[in-house]
Ligand binder design. Structure first.
Ligand code: PSU
Ligand code: MN
Length: 321
């Protein structure tokens, strides 16, 4: 079977009804459920994120792929299936693997890039994730080393450059080369905005140690800026970064130290490609004795809540029927 993205969409009735009525909807990506967190925390966070979007006055639409269809909005059974599937059973679908995911049977989870494609086609303009993908450490080579760079740069960045959506996250993942990630986003015309602080949030840490390219004091101004950006019609998305809740945040230097160590170990173990991010997140969970998982789950749910509030403030601009 072939068909365009629009032909492949299966929009959950509640989501379709909300979009038709001009009510706010928030898309949630599903790779963090299947590949980013251990079970059962993965299932808990998927449900808690949906609940947080609802508490904010918006309708959640978790996106995934099953049997050739792009599902925009999942029921509880589907969330459980994605979260509890044995590793390797669920494909990690990004823009480059979208056609492969859509032409195989069973489940695929969608990364930020694939989620943006499906959600945008459905009319949704606001998305929540934990941390966006970006430029991996070593992608540009390692100083002092003669080894060439891996060039591992997430397709999330290209998608943000071409798909006009508001993406709420807790900053680029700490496992990345955050400075290089910001530079690519700048080159590709994607505003990166810290909300409520001047430092760029550091995923599981409150601060990345880098000043954000732009910052706004509160959610109201974040929503205003997001609406202004989308209204321009210049094509790119906008990234809103909200810090992880303080009570579970990893100390900034701990987050950086374990990220560096995990990245070094991944390189030594020869882990590359789409498997790298899940491997690093799992290794950091071990290195922090689960503290990174507590921070990661809390920041995902917090991002979902904030995205719901932003979408509610955007009103009709948060989606199109
Ligand atoms: N946020 C998390 N955990 C995750 C991800 C985001 O807290 O696992 C996922 C998102 O789906 C993101 C992906 O798009 O990691 C990036 O993967 P890669 O670096 O292979 O592009
Ligand atoms: Mn990659």
């Amino acid at each position: 079977m072939t068909g365009s993205i629009a032909d492949r969409l299966s929009v959950w009735p509640e989501v379709a009804a909300a979009l038709a009525a001009g009510r706010p909807v928030v898309a949630l990506e599903s790779t963090l459920i299947s590949h980013g967190l251990p079970y059962p925390q993965s299932a808990e966070v998927a449900r808690a994120s949906e609940a947080a979007v609802r508490e904010s006055g918006a309708v959640p639409a978790t996106v995934a792929i099953r049997d050739g269809r792009l599902l925009v909005g999942l029921d509880d059974e589907a969330l459980e299936a994605l979260a509890s599937a044995p590793s390797g059973k669920v494909l990690k679908a990004a823009r480059p693997s979208l056609s492969a995911a859509l032409t195989r049977d069973g489940w695929s989870a969608t990364t930020v890039s694939a989620t943006m494609i499906a959600a945008y086609a459905a009319g949704i303009r606001v998305l929540a994730t934990g941390g966006i993908g970006g430029v991996h450490r070593g992608a540009l080579g390692v100083p002092g080393s003669t080894e060439p760079g891996t060039f591992d740069i997430s397709s999330d960045l290209e998608e943000l450059a071409r798909t006009p959506m508001v993406v709420v996250c807790a900053g680029p993942k700490a496992i990345l080369d955050v400075r290089a990630t910001l530079e690519v986003l700048e080159t590709r015309g994607v505003p990166v905005v810290a909300v409520g602080q001047e430092d760029l949030p550091g995923f599981t840490a409150r601060s990345s140690g880098i000043r954000a390219p732009w910052s706004v004091p509160d959610l109201a101004s974040a929503a205003d800026l997001a609406m202004a950006h989308l209204a321009l019609g210049i094509g790119s998305g906008i990234v809103l970064c909200v810090p992880v809740p303080a009570d579970v945040a990893l100390p900034d230097e701990v987050a950086r130290r374990v990220a560096e160590r995990a990245a070094r170990e991944a390189d030594e173990a020869g882990v590359h490609g789409p498997a790298l991010t899940p491997w690093l997140l799992a290794r950091i969970a071990e290195l922090t004795d689960g503290a990174s998982v507590r921070a990661n789950t809390a920041l995902i749910v917090n991002d979902a809540r904030v995205a719901g509030q932003i979408a509610a403030r955007m009103g009709g601009a948060a989606g199109v029927a």
